[in-house]
Design a protein around this ligand. Structure first.
Ligand SMILES: [Zn+2]
Length: 234
């Protein structure tokens, strides 16, 4: 079990490097290496777009989106005029694709975003958009292969927590989670623990008052993914 500091991205001491600037929890890294070897045999180059992310990095992303310094997209990939929305609505637009600092699954070291480096030219800037992973998108073939592996329980413990649109986080076909560890971590970070994180942070959380006004509901809608994203037995 991870500590509250590890769950909220404020302790990175148990992570191992997995290429580039990426880091993951040690068992997740070992399982990923096996999945990558299988993918290579099938003609794919399963590469990491995003892995462990710290609390500070997530707060930077959140605050930049909340203040309009970083673009927020709608489901169709169209930029949203975030500052034109009432403040109470801004957080919902952001939460569709970005987590509140302290609640990202990327804090755990068990989750990562992937793409197929063999399907795009060198230097291609991966966007992680729905179009890239849709039918005819460059990464569809890798994801179809992964779907089949997951269905056969041959994906070395990796499954998709955001496979379906449940009205919270938008579907993210590129996001994989290592079920043997991650399954037990859902719901461990309470509202009280988050208040403490944000109180201790050097930078204020933009939109905090609006977030606090509906935090329990936000945790249910955008953070918890329940137990059904991976097979029983993990
Ligand atoms: Zn992700």
């Amino acid at each position: 079990m991870l500590t509250i500091e590890q769950l909220t991205g404020r302790d990175d001491t148990c992570l191992v490097p997995v290429g580039g600037n990426h880091r993951l929890q040690v068992d997740t890294a070992a399982a990923l290496a096996r999945l990558q070897a299988d993918a290579r045999e099938a003609g794919f180059e399963l590469a990491i777009a995003s892995s462990y992310r710290s609390f500070d990095r997530q707060r930077l992303i959140w605050n930049a989106k909340a203040t309009g310094e970083r673009v927020v997209h709608d489901d169709a990939g169209t930029p949203i005029e975030i500052l034109a929305l009432p403040e109470a609505q801004r957080l919902h637009a952001i939460l569709r694709f970005s987590a509140l600092p302290g609640t990202s699954r990327h804090h755990w070291g068990t989750d990562l975003d992937i793409y197929d480096a063999a399907a795009v030219p060198a230097g291609y800037a991966v966007q992680l958009t729905p179009a890239e992973v849709a039918t005819h998108g460059p990464f569809d073939a890798l994801h179809c292969w992964l779907d089949a592996r997951m269905a056969a329980n041959a994906s070395h413990g990796f499954f998709r927590p955001y496979a379906k649109d449940r009205g919270g986080v938008a579907p993210e076909r590129w996001h994989l989670s290592f079920a043997p560890l991650a399954r037990e971590l859902d719901g461990r970070v309470t509202a009280e623990a988050l208040y403490e994180c944000w109180d201790c942070d050097a930078e204020p959380l933009v939109l905090r008052r609006w977030v606090e006004a509906e935090l329990p509901a936000l945790l249910g809608r955008y953070v918890s993914v329940g137990k059904r994203w991976c097979p029983v037995g993990y």
